[in-house]
Design a protein around this ligand. Structure first.
Ligand SMILES: [Fe+2]
Length: 371
């Protein structure tokens, strides 16, 4: 029988979905402790949000340290740096206010805050015995779905690899979904992160570990993202930003309970070797993945996805890519380190969840399509 629920459900116990919800952060943190650390991206200061949060905190007697990060995806070294800063002032909680990279860094630092071993040890699969401190997630993109997931994707520069650190205790204690924070996002950031969320929902829906629970979340996410992504990019109206933010969160809930697929398997090595946004890599692998998995997906699941996005799925993906002018940045470039990409894709936990068992030839097929 098809599983109804996953083996274990991991959902943040408090989810606040509210326009202007960031202002509620000061009401939410006191029960977690009076001292915290906020990991944030560059726009947090630029948009004047840092000053507002500091002011709100002052009014309720909360002290917060700030850790600002600027570019790229988080590394093992950065986790150590956040933990070191937090230990100096004995913090009670860590909040992440930013895109997927900021949230993943804040999540890993909170989860490993009291860990005895180095972050690398846990990335290599070591088990975590010490309890971390609470993590609060406030996404400013829609998105990676990181606010809903118990894993953090971290780069190991020495090994030139990108792997998750995962523990169920990493799940955020509180999530604030404030669609207002999406306002003013650069077109490319909103486009790529929105496509990432859509691909995640798709991979979750077709995953061989899917359950009715994860499928429901994934299908709703696909419906919301396909309906609201283009209008949100064009006009940034409230209802579209709300739909996009909710769709991204549901995509995170879905894949946290089903894992992903070959697109995320191949996106990680490609993301480390080439300086190309994760969401863009996911977008260009979308069509090859659907074609590769067509038989394994089956008519019924394919029809449900087509229904959710309002037309034939392959046609919809094609149409959207045309509208958003998404093309492969790899076309015409030499394919470097093909063997490393193939080996890492085949070893990936995401690839293991792909409905069609993935072979070396399948990875070569995707690479041929995008290079
Ligand atoms: Fe992703």
């Amino acid at each position: 029988m098809h599983p109804v629920f996953p083996q274990e459900t991991l959902i943040p116990p408090k989810i606040l979905f509210k326009k202007g919800g960031l202002a509620d952060l000061a009401k939410e943190v006191p029960e977690l402790g009076s001292q915290g650390l906020i990991v944030h991206g560059a726009s947090f200061e630029k948009n004047g949000l840092k000053g507002k949060v500091e002011n709100d905190f002052k009014n309720v007697g909360i002290f917060a340290e700030f850790f600002s990060r600027t570019h790229g995806e988080p590394t093992l070294e950065e986790i150590r740096a956040v933990i070191a800063q937090g230990r100096k002032v004995k913090i009670d909680w860590i909040a992440g206010i930013g895109g997927g990279s900021v949230l993943d860094l804040a999540k890993a630092a909170a989860g490993l805050f009291n860990a005895k071993e180095t972050p690398a040890y846990y990335q290599e699969g070591g088990s975590l015995k010490e309890k971390g401190i609470p993590f609060i997630a406030i996404p400013t993109t829609a998105g990676s779905g990181s606010e809903a997931s118990p894993n953090a994707v971290i780069i190991n520069p020495e090994k030139r690899s990108k792997l998750s650190i995962r523990d169920k205790s990493f799940t955020a204690k509180k999530v604030i979904l404030d669609p207002e924070l999406l306002k003013g996002l650069p077109f490319e950031v909103m486009c790529h992160s929105g496509m990432d969320a859509w691909v995640q929902a798709y991979e979750s829906f077709i995953s061989k570990y899917a359950s009715w629970f994860s499928e429901s979340m994934a299908l709703k996410a696909m419906q919301l993202i396909s309906r609201h992504l283009v209008p949100a990019l064009n006009a940034q109206r409230d209802e579209d930003l709300e739909g996009l933010m909710l769709g991204s969160f549901l995509s995170g809930v879905a894949f946290s309970h089903s894992r992903l697929g070959v697109i995320h398997g191949i996106a990680h090595p490609l993301g480390v070797l080439y300086d190309v946004p994760h969401g863009l890599i996911c977008s260009i692998c979308f069509t090859p993945s659907i074609k590769l998995n067509l038989e394994a997906i089956g008519n019924q699941k394919y029809a449900l996805m087509s229904q959710a996005v309002g037309m034939d799925l392959l046609q919809k993906v094609h149409e959207l890519q045309k509208t958003l002018k998404i093309t492969s940045p790899f076309k015409g470039k030499p394919l470097a380190e093909k063997e490393k990409i193939i080996v890492e894709t085949l070893a990936s936990g995401s690839t293991a969840a792909n409905p069609k068992p993935i072979t070396r030839q399948d990875v070569e097929y995707i690479l041929n399509e995008i290079f």
